[in-house]
Design a protein around this ligand. Structure first.
Ligand SMILES: Cc1cc2nc3c(=O)[nH]c(=O)nc-3n(C[C@H](O)[C@H](O)[C@H](O)COP(=O)(O)O)c2cc1C
Length: 189
């Protein structure tokens, strides 16, 4: 089982990273091979919104600027069985780092013919300030999954006063995914 964490977190420590680390630990305990891609470290440009709104993303399902690292990233994502989309909550939304990547990814990999369709997705969003904006961030990520055919397995949010038990939950979710559990399965109670 290949689990890929696509992280829009600019930080290497703190709340968001602690949740990511818990998912990772649980997944590795469950036997998965886990890769974490820190988008902050990649030189990806934003969508250039070519021509009158569409470019080669429409005609060829690829970005004409994909040599900036997007093509390589898509190749890596294609190898994954499970994606973890992880972000701190900024302004009630996902981080700009993750958003600008997902904007381009969605255009190229939209619909059931895309490379992401049918893969399991775990959504992680941490509002570390007021705690506000978790639902709107989830909603944004939910829409990306629906546009690309990703199957949402679960949503994990944690803030400063709920982090302890959400870290446990994140670890359990990672383990369950590593063991092959899918959206739609029924667990014994
Ligand atoms: C530009 C910016 C906007 C933010 N907006 C929110 C917000 O809308 N709601 C919230 O609870 N926290 C907000 N935060 C705090 C982050 O959510 C918080 O830093 C992160 O999610 C978790 O903490 P971490 O930085 O230790 O990982 C914001 C932080 C930044 C830098």
């Amino acid at each position: 089982m290949q689990i890929m964490i696509l992280s829009g977190n600019p930080k290497r420590d703190g709340l968001c990273q602690a949740v990511i680390q818990s998912v990772r630990s649980g997944a590795e305990e469950g036997g998965a091979s886990v890769t974490e891609i820190r988008l902050q470290d990649l030189p990806l440009i934003r969508c250039q919104v070519c021509d009158d709104g569409w470019g080669t993303c429409l005609s060829e399902r690829r970005c004409q600027f994909g040599s900036d690292g997007l093509d390589q990233l898509i190749g890596q994502l294609a190898q994954a069985d499970v994606l973890v989309l992880a972000t701190p909550v900024y302004w009630g939304e996902m981080s700009e780092t993750l958003k600008s990547c997902l904007d381009r990814l969605r255009r190229c990999q939209r619909g059931q013919e895309g490379l992401l369709a049918g893969k399991q997705a775990l959504i992680v969003a941490t509002p570390g300030g007021t705690g506000n904006g978790q639902l709107t961030c989830f909603e944004q990520l939910d829409r990306f999954c629906r546009h690309t055919g990703l199957q949402i397995f679960d949503y994990i949010g944690a803030n400063r006063w709920t982090a302890d038990y959400h870290l446990d939950l994140a670890r359990s979710a990672g383990r369950a995914l590593a063991q092959g559990r899918k959206n739609g399965d029924t667990v014994p109670l």
